[in-house]
Design a binder for this molecule. Structure first.
Ligand code: TXA
Ligand code: MG
Length: 349
């Protein structure tokens, strides 16, 4: 089976194709679709069989729960058993948007969808195609990122076809996504809300609405013995095939270190990839130099991260060196993904 591909834009969704996609989901099939963060692989969240098909298509362990996507605020109360006032304030401010919240689940949500947990992750995406699809599918669409388990999340429909084209029913191609990193996840099943995955919404933006917020201690690379609470954050992830090393420190020293290592690798007959920014692209004479974006516009770095990592798989480099990107707003989310992609291989200079 080869997925049917429907091309459309967010401004002009193809309603006939979306009707068909909605029908496929209602019948238990799988449809990949764009959101503002990354492409999702959708199935009917209330159908245990559909959730099992999602795990199988991705090659994902079935104890790694799925996010349920909704397209109306009322639908939240049909699946979440307890929604605290703080979560309602956060929803008012940031939904629809790149925010996922976790609540105790109601019985209507099958345990297959939640990986056996008694909580459910819910997101109301800010993307017209996604919302029109969710409404046509009956209101509840389970959707992990639409990549093969372990690979970088898809930011283009071509990434989805590459990974899942033979395993799902339909792909809605809505062009490149706008953010490029997965949603921020906030857990409301504890007394104080906990960030389980950083994203476009950073700690400061959450604190403005919620007051006290904690970071899951399992996220810090200094706490390697503490398991992250979100099962998906425990796996090796976003990883390119080549060995990726992050070089950190004073910019001039970092550039020098990357140049030296690159020359040495090339002498030894290896192909080297380098990840840098507009600000430094001209300082690397050798290697396969890829500019990820501009430090002056940090959202460009987030936007291109997964595309760059996938690109190295295609260009067949043996090793990759990357600068680090601790930018002011999205730096935490960008570095969380980059460190995982590098298996926490960091050299300080
Ligand atoms: O931006 C996004 O969130 C994208 C788009 C498609 O919406 N989706 C996405 O899904 O990133 P996925 O499955 O790749 O990541 C979901 C993460 C996983 O780390 C999973 O373990 C965690 O959320 N998660 C889901 N339900 C949970 C729960 N009840 N408790 C703790 N973690 C949960
Ligand atoms: Mg994922």
């Amino acid at each position: 089976m080869r997925a049917k591909i429907a091309v459309m834009t967010e401004d002009a969704p193809d309603l006939n194709a979306l009707d068909e996609a909605g029908r496929i989901l209602k019948e238990g099939g799988l449809v990949a679709f764009p959101t503002e963060t990354v492409y999702g692989l959708g199935g009917n969240a209330l159908d245990p069989g559909a959730s099992m098909r999602i795990y199988k298509a991705k090659g994902r362990p079935s104890d790694n729960p799925l996010i349920v996507h909704i397209a109306s605020m009322e639908d939240l109360y049909r699946i979440a058993a307890d929604v605290p006032a703080a979560a309602e304030r956060l929803a008012e401010r940031y939904w629809p948007g790149p925010l996922t919240m976790i609540f105790p689940k109601k019985d209507i949500v099958p345990s297959e969808t939640t990986g056996g947990l008694d909580s459910v992750a819910v997101r109301f995406p800010d993307h017209k195609i996604a919302r029109e699809l969710i409404l046509r599918a009956g209101g509840f669409v389970a959707a992990p990122s639409a990549n093969t388990s372990g690979r970088p999340s898809p930011t283009l429909a071509s990434h989805v076809s590459e990974d899942l084209g033979e395993r799902i029913d339909m792909i809605i191609d809505g062009g490149q996504v706008s953010i490029g990193l997965e949603s921020t996840i906030v857990d409301f099943t504890e007394e104080i809300p906990v960030v389980l995955r950083p994203g476009f919404l950073n700690l400061q933006m959450l604190e403005e609405v919620l007051g006290e917020v904690r970071m899951d201690p399992g996220l810090s690379s200094e706490n390697e013995h503490v398991r992250p609470k979100a099962p998906g954050m425990r796996y090796r992830h976003y990883a390119p095939k080549a060995e990726l090393t992050i070089i950190e420190g004073d910019p001039a020293a970092v550039q020098m270190e990357i140049r030296t290592r690159t020359s040495r690798e090339i002498e030894d007959g290896r192909k080297v990839g380098i990840i840098c920014t507009e600000e430094s692209r001209n300082v690397y004479p050798n290697g396969n130099v890829v500019c990820i974006g501009s430090r002056a516009q940090e959202e460009t770095i987030a936007h291109h991260l997964y595309e760059v990592l996938r690109g190295f798989d295609d260009s067949g480099v043996d090793v990759i060196y990357s600068e680090s990107f601790y930018t002011p707003k999205m730096g935490q989310a960008i570095m969380n993904r980059l460190l995982k992609a590098a298996g926490h291989r960091v050299v300080e200079v």
